[in-house]
Design a protein around this ligand. Structure first.
Ligand SMILES: Nc1ncnc2c1ncn2[C@@H]1O[C@H](COP(=O)(O)OP(=O)(O)OP(=O)(O)O)[C@@H](O)[C@H]1O
Length: 250
C-alpha cells in the first residue's frame, strides 16, 4: 500500500455531542485501499463514537463520511454494511443458542450465488481461528476469547472490502492475540482494508502503517506509528507530562 493508494473511506468534519458534551469535534481522516489504519486515543477520546458515526449506529451532528466517493453520512447501519463496510463491537454480539458454524453461515448468507466457495471460506476461517472443534458447539458455552474469535471470523468470512474493528484484542490472552494478529495480516494481504481501534501498542506498531490519534474528541496527530510514539503531545495525552518537562517548570 502506498500513500497515494485510492481513498476508500473519507471522513471529514465529524462532530457529535451527547447532552451538550462534545464526544467528537471536527474529526477527519482518510482510509486508503489495502491499508490498515489504527485509531487510538485515551479512554473516552471518541474512538467508538467515531466508529458508530461512520457505520450508521449513531447519527453524527455534523460532517461527512464518503465510501468510495459516495456520501453515506447518516445512512442506516444495515445499508452501510450492505455496501461493504462492516464492523465489530467492543461488546461481543453473538446468539448463545446458535453454533459457531451457524454464525459463520449466517454471515455468508448475504453473499451472491456466484460465491460458490462459501463452505471453503467457512472452513478456512474456522481453521485460522482454531475454532474447528467448536464448529457444532453453541456460542453460549465458549470462553470470552473464543467468542471474540467467532465474532471476528463472522465478519471476515464474508470478505467485506472494508472492516472496522473496535478493540479486537481487548481481554484476550497472548495466544489468541497472535491468532487475531495473523488473521488480520492475512486478510489484509488478501486485499481487505482495515480501520482498527486498539490500545495494544505492539499490535498497532506491527499492523498499522498509519495511525490517527484522538484526544478529548479531537484529532491530535496522525502519521506512522514510529513518529506517533515519539510525539510529546501523544505521550502527554496517554500518560501525562514527561518527568523532564515537569523539571523544566520548577
Ligand atoms: N450514548 C452516549 N451517551 C452519552 N455520552 C456518550 C455516549 N456514548 C459516548 N459518550 C461519551 O462520549 C465520549 C467518548 O466516548 P467513546 O466511547 O467514543 O470513547 P472511546 O475513545 O471509544 O473510549 P474507550 O477507549 O474507553 O472505549 C465519552 O465522554 C463518553 O462518555
Amino acid at each position: 500500500m502506498t500513500a497515494t493508494a485510492t481513498p476508500v473511506l473519507e471522513v471529514s468534519g465529524l462532530g457529535k455531542s451527547f447532552l451538550g458534551v462534545a464526544a467528537l469535534q471536527d474529526v477527519g481522516f482518510t482510509l486508503r485501499e489495502g491499508s490498515v489504519l489504527g485509531l487510538i486515543g485515551p479512554n473516552g477520546s471518541g474512538k467508538s463514537t467515531a466508529l458508530d458515526c461512520i457505520t450508521g449506529f449513531t447519527r453524527p451532528d455534523s460532517g461527512q463520511v464518503r465510501l468510495r466517493g459516495r456520501d453515506i453520512s447518516g445512512r442506516p447501519a444495515h445499508q452501510i454494511a450492505r455496501s461493504g463496510l462492516v464492523r465489530t463491537f467492543q461488546t461481543i454480539r453473538l446468539y448463545d443458542e446458535l453454533t459457531v458454524g451457524e454464525h459463520l453461515g449466517l454471515a455468508l448468507r448475504g453473499l451472491s450465488a456466484e460465491d460458490a466457495g462459501s463452505d471453503d471460506l467457512r472452513q478456512y476461517w474456522l481453521e485460522a481461528f482454531k475454532l474447528l472443534r467448536f464448529r457444532d458447539a453453541p456460542a453460549g458455552i465458549l470462553s470470552y476469547g473464543q467468542k471474540k474469535l467467532v465474532a471476528l471470523a463472522a465478519v471476515l468470512v464474508a470478505r467485506p472490502a472494508v472492516v472496522l474493528l473496535d478493540e479486537p484484542l481487548a481481554g484476550v490472552n497472548p495466544l489468541v492475540i497472535e491468532v487475531i494478529d495473523q488473521a488480520i495480516k492475512h486478510a489484509n494481504e488478501a486485499g481487505q482494508t482495515f480501520l482498527i481501534i486498539e490500545h495494544n501498542v505492539e499490535f498497532i506498531t506491527s499492523c498499522c502503517a498509519e495511525v490517527v490519534v484522538l484526544d478529548a474528541g479531537r484529532k491530535l496527530a496522525e502519521g506512522p506509528p514510529s513518529v506517533i510514539w515519539d510525539d510529546p503531545a501523544v505521550y502527554e495525552a496517554f500518560l501525562g507530562r514527561k518527568a523532564d518537562d515537569d523539571d523544566d517548570t520548577r
